[in-house]
Design a protein around this ligand. Structure first.
Ligand code: FRU
Length: 929
């Protein structure tokens, strides 16, 4: 109806779009954090070292590692062969089998390693050879200084140091099969050989056994050691021999480490060292370039130089600088690593926070959605609530109005009831007075008794109605006093003694305890007991029993009064509503005023007690009244101030006694043996109305009685009565249904039906008449009026019969008032007509052809046509004979055969007997007329 405010539309959409943005940002952050270097390929590099235990090779490994720290995508696997070539071969095999992408190898010896390296190279795995050469070109790259050049450098320095003259010892020391010792020797010799004054005295692995040579006269001037380590050994031996000043030493490697070549030069331990770079960094760089398809050279020769006292200072400084830079790089590297760890941790935290935030956002969104939905539901509920409230107010209003209307009705009925009490008392008094006369004729006594009984019932009804009103308006005050309940119950039950005796009922009062005291209102409890006893008597047939049992509940002391009978019992439906006000169920046998039990219940409620019922159809009923012990449950005001001994309320008792009294249904005497011409089937469940009608109509008609619909219907078919008088509301089939069935059945369709009912709406009457009921009479009816209706309907039937029989089927098809009867007559007369010449034709043939059994056919024909079947056939034969005698020129004997007589003589006899004239005379006379 109204446009929604803008804010209401704006806020949710803003929130949603903001939420979407945040979610996207977080997803990106998470992706970023998670992705990292995942797309970078990781390479496995295997490094096979011939021997890893000396400083030079340790330095090589450190350089490699330092370089590797810049390449995060490299997995580095290191193996040390401990200077054993076979071991190195097998270690290389293992590295290849573990799936390396590239092999760096420092071959221990040339011969054993060359084929292995060539094979790996052939298999497609790149191979970088470091430091020592192999005997083939089957490698991807070589990194290392030229050992020949190293030897030459040493040679040049030795020549200059010895000024072209002197004796030299060379210390090889390195594995003989490796390439450096050969190259270094050759390079050295290449230079020395140019100086005739220079002589290589000896080539040894160590100096331990060379003391003699060193001390000899000709003397040794220089030792050429193929690495600084051997140079130090040489120095130590020379010092031991006191030759350290005389013999100069040259080493190789020039390591900047503690005790390394540079320090030895600095201290003057050795004269010089030839720098031999390890190539650790270069080999990793080359390997990475190979793997990442970058630029690289196959042979990479590292520079070498001689370091002696002239350049040691600058070299040391440079080295220190490089070392400090290296340390710097290491520190930075370490810092970077730390930063990376921190970053990784931060990434994790960010991811954690992002996920938490995302969850929080999702939860917030869900919460928001639920809040929104909740708000909607609350709004809808509020709306519904409002509607319900309105409806409730309307209902309250309607209820008020209904109550006002009901109250008005009740007040009206109460006033009327009140007004009825006096006339009823004035009817009852004289009626009882007349009844007390012993000389009363039986029919008059019977009528008077019915008057008395019904006036009593009306009086009870009026009393109950007024009591009910009092309770409703809370004007009925309970007055309890303590009384002997056993005595009280016995006295009330005794009041019904005469009726009990008359109905030959066994009635006993059984009490567990004599003199049992209880608090109750005597004028209320007596009404309850009158009611229960009258009911029990009313519905218990002769020779039945009624037990009134008084007991106490051992547990709580409650007092129980049970009224148990062997009467007709109740249907479950009736039982359920037994205490409902004005409830009159379908069970016509148990139909009371609908007030008595409801009133009893209200009176018991005033006692804070209860009343219950147990019953089964055909198995009697048990009412149980429960009273609570003592008086604590009553108000002080409820207690009778001045209790008086109970005296039976005679007037009240009489009303209930009259009610329970069976009607004198004896037939009005032997004189009524008269046989009436016509019968009436009376279907009525109320025995009193049935008796009344029977008494009235029995003077003129035979009365067949049925107390329920099913019996009524059965009797209608069995007896084919002349008229049916039926109530509408009946146990079993109701009056309307009975009418419908009977009027549609050939055997009974002719029977006039009068519907007699208390339900007198015009619609109901029309419904009844539509079903072809002949009359509809509303209760209370005027008996004269009813008698007249019956008479007129029966007369109509008679005249119809005259109508059919006067025609005697000679002109079938004439209009009749009842379609179904006309059909029957047509069919019946046609059969007779068609068989008229058959002398053996009779009732059985008609039954066969019409499909009706003998008795109903007989009754139907008698009812509709007024003749027996044989009489009718005979009449038709004679009518036809008359016709033939007058109209056809054929002999009498021929006519007698044509109309089904066995002989002309028999025909003449019957004709004469029935018509008082012989056929012959009839023919002559007829012609003469
Ligand atoms: C170390 C070493 C070095 C030398 C190199 C030759 O094992 O002996 O001193 O320069 O190997 O391969």
């Amino acid at each position: 109806m109204f446009a929604k405010p803008i804010e209401h539309r704006g806020i949710p959409s803003l929130v949603i779009s903001a939420w979407k943005t945040v979610v996207c940002v977080f997803l990106l952050v998470i992706l970023q954090c998670c992705s990292g270097k995942q797309d970078q390929k990781v390479f496995r590099i295997g490094f096979s070292q011939c021997l890893g235990s000396d400083d030079w090779r340790r330095t090589m490994l450190e350089e490699m590692k330092r370089e590797l720290s810049f390449h995060n995508n490299i997995e580095f696997i290191y193996r040390d062969a401990d200077a054993i070539s076979e071991r190195q071969v097998s270690q290389i095999g293992e590295l290849v089998a573990s799936g390396i992408d590239l092999l760096i190898v420092c071959p221990n010896e040339v011969e054993p390693l060359t084929p292995v390296i060539g094979k790996i190279y052939d298999s497609g795995i790149p191979v970088v050879v470091v430091d020592r050469r192999i005997n083939s070109k089957k490698y991807t790259a070589f990194i290392g200084a030229s050992n020949y050049e190293v030897g030459q450098n040493a040679g040049v320095y030795a020549a200059s140091l010895l000024k072209g003259t002197g004796n030299i010892i060379e210390m090889s020391g390195l594995p003989a099969g490796a390439s450096p010792p050969i190259d270094r020797h050759n390079g050295f010799m290449n230079i020395i050989s140019k100086y005739p004054g220079l002589r290589l005295v000896k080539q040894v692995d160590n100096l331990e056994d060379e003391e003699q040579v060193l001390k000899s006269d000709e003397g040794i001037n220089l030792i050429y050691a193929q690495n600084d380590q051997m140079a130090l050994e040489a120095f130590n031996i020379c010092r031991k021999l006191g030759l350290e000043k005389k013999i100069r030493i040259i080493g190789i490697d020039g390591l900047p480490t503690r005790g390394g070549g540079l320090e030895m030069v600095e201290k003057g331990t050795i004269a010089a060292t030839v720098l031999y770079p390890t190539g650790g960094q270069e080999s990793i760089l080359t390997a990475v370039n190979i793997l990442e398809k970058g630029h690289f050279l196959k042979d990479n020769q590292l520079s070498t130089t001689i370091i002696d006292s002239s350049n040691i200072r600058i070299t040391r400084l440079q080295n220190q600088k490089v070392t400090s830079q290296q340390n710097d790089i290491d520190r930075r590297q370490h810092k970077i690593e730390q930063q990376e760890i921190i970053k990784k941790n931060q990434d994790r935290i960010i991811i954690g926070i992002s996920i938490t935030l995302l969850i929080f956002l999702i939860l917030a969104a869900i919460l928001f959605y639920y809040l929104k939905t909740n708000k909607k539901i609350t709004r809808r509920l509020a709306h519904q609530n409002e509607e319900i409230l309105q409806q409730r107010n309307q209902l309250i209003e309607l209820g008020k109005k209904a109550k006002e209307a009901t109250d008005a009705k009740f007040n009206f009925f109460t006033s009327i009831s009140h007004e009825l009490r006096t006339p009823l008392t004035l009817i009852l008094g004289p009626a009882e007075e007349i009844l007390s006369s012993p000389k009363l004729p039986v029919p008059v006594r019977s009528q008077l008794e019915m008057m008395k009984k019904n006036a009593t019932r009306l009086l009870r009804l009026v009393n109950e109605l007024m009591d009910f009103r009092k309770i409703e308006e809370a004007k009925m005050k309970i007055r309890v006093s303590e009384n002997d309940i056993t005595e009280f119950v016995r006295e009330i039950t005794n009041a019904f003694a005469a009726t009990v005796a008359r109905k030959k009922i066994t009635c006993r009062v059984i009490s567990e305890v004599e003199g049992l005291k209880a608090w109750f209102d005597v004028n209320m409890l007596d009404k309850i007991l009158f009611n229960l006893l009258a009911n029990a008597l009313k519905y218990t047939s002769e020779h039945g029993f009624i037990n009134v049992v008084i007991s106490t509940d051992a547990l709580c002391g409650n007092i129980l009064i049970k009224v148990e009978d062997s009467g007709i019992g109740m249907e479950p439906e009736t039982l359920e509503h037994a205490f409902d006000l004005f409830y009159q169920g379908d069970d016509a046998r148990y139909r009371g005023t609908g007030l008595g039990l409801a009133l009893s219940k209200e009176l018991i409620i005033l006692h804070h007690g209860s009343i219950t019922i147990k019953s089964e159809k055909g198995k009697g009923a048990t009412f149980e009244v429960l009273l609570r012990p003592g008086k604590d449950h009553f108000e002080e005001a409820d207690l009778e101030k001045t209790p008086r001994p109970y005296e039976l309320n005679q007037e009240e008792a009489q009303i209930f006694i009259n009610e329970a009294q069976p009607l004198n249904t004896e037939p009005p005497g032997e004189k009524e043996a008269t046989v009436f011409a016509q019968s009436i089937l009376l279907i009525e469940d109320n025995p009193e109305i049935r008796l009344f009608l029977k008494n009235q109509l029995g003077k003129m008609f035979e009365i067949i009685e049925a107390e329920n619909g099913d019996t009524g219907l059965e009797l209608a078919f069995d007896m084919i009565p002349d008229l049916i008088l039926s109530d509408v509301l009946l146990p079993g089939k109701n009056g309307m249904l009975i009418t419908e069935i009977l009027k549609n059945d050939l055997r009974t369709s002719h029977i006039p039906i009068i519907i007699l009912t208390a339900m007198g709406s015009v619609e109901q009457q029309i419904d009844g008449l539509k079903l072809n009921a002949d009359a509809y009479i509303v209760k209370p009816f005027n008996i004269r009026c009813l008698e007249e209706t019956i008479r007129s309907l029966l007369n109509n039937r008679e005249s119809l019969k005259g109508h059919y029989t006067s025609e005697l089927s000679l002109q079938p098809g004439r209009v009749t008032s009842k379609k179904i009867d006309r059909k029957f007559i047509n069919e019946f007369s046609a059969i007779v007509e068609n068989n008229i010449s058959n002398e053996h034709f009779g009732v059985n043939d008609i039954c066969l052809q019409m499909g009706i059994s003998r008795v109903p056919l007989y009754r139907k024909v008698k009812a509709v046509l007024g003749y027996s079947i044989n009489e009718y056939i005979m009449n038709v034969r004679l009518q036809k004979a008359k016709y033939l005698l007058l109209n056809e020129d054929i002999s009498i004997s021929e006519i007698s055969f044509r109309v089904g007589f066995a002989s002309p003589t028999y025909f003449a006899t019957v004709f004469k007997t029935k018509l008082g004239i012989t056929p012959k005379s009839f023919k002559e006379k007829g012609h003469a007329d």
